[in-house]
Design a protein around this ligand. Structure first.
Ligand SMILES: [Fe+2]
Length: 282
C-alpha cells in the first residue's frame, strides 16, 4: 500500500528560484537563506520518496482569471514549466504520476471533494521553487510529482478547515492505492507577506512563529484562523498559508518536526521551510 511518509511546508517566493537560476545564492543577501536549505535537501535525499504531491497555487500562469477552480489536480504524464513573463525557468520538466493521480482524483471526488481535473497544465514558480529549494539543481527531478492547485488568488479562497479536510481525504486516497509507494506531500506559499497597498512589505515574525509551532502541535486549532486574520496578521498574500493545512491534514495527528528554517527577508516576504516526519510521532 502507498503511504505518506513526510510533509514539507515551503514558501514559494519567485525571487528564490531566480537567485538559483542566476547563480547568486552565495551573495551576502541570499547566503543565509540558502545555507538553511542544505540540511533539508540532505534529509529529503536520504528519504528518497517515490512520488511527491505538491499543493500550490497557480499565479495566473496555467489559468487566467476567466476560470478559477477552487481545487484542481494534475493527472498528466508531464507538466511543462510555465513562462511567467521572463521565459520558463531553466529547470527540468516536471514528470507526473498519472496512475496515482487518477486514483487520487477518483478517490477524492467520490469522497465528495469536487476536484477539477487538469489533463494539461504548465506549472509556475508556486510548484517549481519548492522543488528547487528542496532538491537543488538536478538534471532531472528525483521523483514524479502530482500537482494539486488551490485557489488563493481570487476571493473567496477555501477555508483552512476545508483545506485540512482535503488533506485528510488525500491521506485516505493514498492509503487505498495498492502499490508500495512512499509519498511526500508539500504545502507551499506563505509566510507573512503583502505585495501591494499601504502595507506592502508587511512581515509578522510573531504570527509566523506561532503558525509554525501550531502546525506541529495544534493543527486543528490552526485551521480555525479566518481569512480576515490572515489578511490582518500575515498580509494580503499571507492567506496562501491555507495550503499548508492541506499538507498537515494529510499527516497523522501527531508528527515529529525534524527541521525548521525561517528567514527574513526573502524578496519582500518571510520565507520558511519545515519538515514533518509522519512516521515518527512525538
Ligand atoms: Fe504564491
Amino acid at each position: 500500500m502507498a503511504k505518506i511518509v513526510a510533509g514539507i511546508a515551503c514558501s514559494h517566493v519567485p525571487a528564490i528560484g531566480a537567485a538559483m537560476d542566476k547563480g547568486t545564492t552565495d551573495t551576502p543577501y541570499w547566503q543565509p537563506l540558502f545555507a538553511g536549505y542544505e540540511p533539508a535537501r540532505d534529509w529529503l535525499a536520504k528519504l528518497a520518496p517515490d512520488v511527491a504531491i505538491i499543493v500550490y497555487n497557480d499565479h495566473a500562469s496555467a489559468l487566467s482569471l476567466e476560470i478559477i477552480p477552487t481545487f484542481m489536480i494534475g493527472v498528466a504524464g508531464e507538466f511543462p514549466i510555465a513562462d511567467e513573463g521572463f521565459g520558463p525557468r531553466p529547470v527540468p520538466v516536471v514528470q507526473g504520476h498519472p496512475e496515482l493521480a487518477w486514483h487520487l482524483a477518483e478517490s477524492l471526488i467520490l469522497d465528495e471533494f469536487d476536484m477539477t481535473i487538469a489533463n494539461e497544465m504548465p506549472v509556475d514558480h508556486g510548484l517549481t521553487v519548492p522543488l528547487s529549494v528542496t532538491c537543488g539543481q538536478p538534471a532531472a527531478w528525483p521523483f514524479p510529482v502530482i500537482p494539486i492547485c488551490v485557489n488563493v488568488v481570487q476571493y473567496p479562497p477555501p477555508t483552512g478547515a476545508r483545506c485540512f479536510k482535503l488533506g485528510q481525504a488525500i491521506s485516505r486516497a493514498v492509503a487505498s492505492f495498492d502499490q508500495d509507494l512512499r509519498v511526500v506531500i508539500y504545502g507551499t506559499g506563505g509566510m507573512s507577506h503583502q505585495l501591494q497597498g499601504e502595507r506592502a512589505g508587511l512581515i509578522n515574525r510573531r504570527f509566523d512563529t506561532e503558525f509554525l509551532d501550531g502546525l506541529t502541535r495544534d493543527p486543528i486549532g490552526l485551521t480555525k484562523i479566518p481569512h480576515t486574520e490572515y489578511m490582518r496578521e500575515a498580509g494580503s498574500e499571507g492567506v496562501e498559508l491555507v495550503m499548508w493545512h492541506v499538507m498537515r491534514g494529510a499527516l497523522h495527528e501527531r508528527v515529529s518536526e525534524v527541521y525548521r528554517h525561517y528567514h527574513v527577508p526573502a524578496s519582500n516576504t518571510a520565507a520558511a521551510l519545515m519538515i514533518l516526519d509522519n512516521e515518527v510521532t512525538t
